[in-house]
Design a protein around this ligand. Structure first.
Ligand code: GDP
Ligand code: MG
Length: 141
């Protein structure tokens, strides 16, 4: 299987509820290694730019407000089949519909405060990683 990179964000609720460690631990145990990592307060512009694909949706304002409500952790995760594996670990967008044992089922409160973001395709992963990280901020180990 191919080694891929994907972008993960631990959203503000994940930090406020002190789940950074548990979430990263799940990634590492599943073979997804953080090769870039930063704690960051997103500006309104950064959040709007990141979620531009959703700008016409009714929930866009709430999404941007939530994503700027506190700091986030942005990570580039590397591993076999990283894009899909991360999506599997995250669970469904709506935590009420997420499978037991997934991050969103275990930690998320609502469809807004759903604890994690993960790229949904390899192409989007490349663009999303480049949105947050320079190549020199990504490490090999
Ligand atoms: P994801 O890839 O599973 O994060 O879901 P999407 O890319 O479809 O949506 C991005 C984010 O927007 C989600 O993680 C949710 O926080 C939020 N979102 C998506 N759909 C809805 C919705 O129907 N209502 C609300 N309030 N938020 C939504
Ligand atoms: Mg998405």
């Amino acid at each position: 299987m191919a080694i891929e990179r994907t972008l993960s964000i631990i959203k503000p609720d994940g930090l406020k509820n002190h789940h950074i460690g548990e979430i990263i631990s799940r990634f590492e145990k599943a073979g997804l290694t953080p090769v870039g990592i930063r704690l960051q307060q997103l500006s309104q512009k950064e959040a709007e730019g990141f979620y531009a694909v959703h700008s016409a949706r009714g929930f866009f304002k709430d999404l941007v407000a939530f994503m700027t409500s506190g700091p986030v952790v942005v990570m580039a995760l590397e591993g076999e089949n990283a894009v899909l594996k991360n999506r599997d670990l995250m669970g469904a967008t709506d935590p009420k519909k997420a499978d037991k044992g997934t991050i969103r089922a275990d930690f998320a409160q609502s469809i807004d405060a759903n604890t994690v973001h993960g790229s949904d395709s390899l192409e989007n992963a490349k663009n999303e990683i480049a949105y947050f990280f320079r190549e020199t901020e990504l490490q090999k180990y």
